[in-house]
Design a protein around this ligand. Structure first.
Ligand SMILES: [Zn+2]
Ligand SMILES: [Zn+2]
Length: 105
């Protein structure tokens, strides 16, 4: 009987220490990331088996871009209903942003 728990685990690596501007929602919430795959044993990552391609993902709207700025996935949702300062989703009845308190025109 085998007690070893081995498998392949993905790990998302942040390649950027600074945020980039998301061309979908216009907020500085996009970061360069990469998903690497490791062979793991007892949930400890041992060997990297696959190095993923770097991509840029926006933390605010979820859009994904290539490193050269090409859009891979455009998040659905209406950017005009998001706060221009913090990106919080807004209802049309709101007069102030629930995220940062910015007045909505
Ligand atoms: Zn975005
Ligand atoms: Zn806000």
């Amino acid at each position: 009987m085998c007690f070893l728990i081995a498998g392949i685990q993905p790990k998302t690596v942040d390649l950027d220490s600074h945020s980039r501007r998301c061309s979908s929602c216009g907020l500085y919430q996009a970061r360069l990331k990469r998903i690497d795959h490791y062979i793991s044993l007892f949930f400890v990552r041992l060997v990297r088996v696959k190095k993923g391609d770097p991509f840029i993902q926006c933390q605010s709207c979820g859009s994904v871009f290539s490193e050269s700025g090409e859009t891979w996935y455009q998040a659905t949702g209406r950017p005009e209903n998001r706060c221009s300062r913090c990106g919080a989703p807004l209802e049309s009845a709101f007069r102030f942003c629930p995220g940062c308190g910015k007045q909505i025109q």
